[in-house]
Design a protein around this ligand. Structure first.
Ligand code: A5P
Length: 226
């Protein structure tokens, strides 16, 4: 798929999602190219008079939102978010996701957990029958890197330390990412539980039971999964 068509799909999904935001809402802002389309749309709505406050799932998102005049609240001080809008790397019809391609998975997971409604926006390329063609990102505290790497291997995950521009990728939280290949995942919830048991593993990119709705745009229609 050429980039322009994919961008058109991302924009269409983002435009549909922002219609769900109400005046007075606290809005969770996701990270990545699709979420950015939604943030820009919301920014225009704010400039047009919509009154919202927002929480950001990454430093990049916070900067983008602020550039549109969206007021940002500290995520760590919120007990609840009315609605969040974020992207995904893969999703299934049962609304299980893999996220974290952009490395923001920990804050995205906290944001989704706080959200009354968690809306995922995607183009048509993200829908899969089974999760796992996209490697599962795992955020690991540097001190525990080798330990976590070895524990992932024991669970069948072939890990690779994420690099960016030939240097070790460091998250907004000062941690590393291991991209773990588990093959196609038959039991995502079980794997999620098993990963949660590993000390030093801050968060993983399997988002299970955290999504209210996926709005997917194809070339000529919007499809909603909920
Ligand atoms: C960021 O860490 C991710 O979870 C993104 O939401 C995900 O990678 C989707 O990004 P795109 O919208 O750029 O595909």
């Amino acid at each position: 798929m050429e980039t322009t068509q994919q961008d058109a799909e991302k924009l269409a999904a983002a435009k549909a999602a922002v219609k769900l935001v109400k005046d007075g809402d606290i809005v969770g802002l996701g990270t990545g190219s699709t979420a950015s389309f939604a943030i820009k749309e919301l920014g225009r709505m704010v400039q047009g008079g919509l009154r919202i406050k927002a929480a950001a799932s990454s430093i990049n998102t916070e900067e983008l939102a602020k550039s549109f005049g969206i007021e940002i609240l500290p995520l760590g001080e919120l007990s609840s978010i009315d609605i969040s809008i974020d992207g995904a790397d893969e999703f299934t019809e049962s609304l299980d996701l893999i996220k974290g391609g952009g490395g923001a998975l920990f804050r995205e997971k906290i944001m989704a957990s706080l959200s009354k409604k968690s809306i995922i926006v995607t183009d048509a390329s993200k829908k899969v029958k089974k999760l796992g063609a996209f490697n599962v990102p795992v955020e690991v505290v540097p001190l525990a890197y080798q330990y976590v790497f070895d524990q992932l291997s024991k669970l069948g995950g072939k890990g690779v330390k994420r690099l960016k521009n030939n240097e070790v990728f460091v998250t907004d939280n000062g941690n590393f990412i291991i991209d773990a290949d588990f093959g196609l995942i038959n039991e995502p919830q079980k794997l999620s539980f098993d990963l949660n048991e590993i000390d030093g593993l801050l968060a993983h990119g399997l988002f299970i039971n955290l999504t209210s709705k996926v709005i997917m745009s194809t070339r000529d229609q919007l499809i909603v999964f909920d």
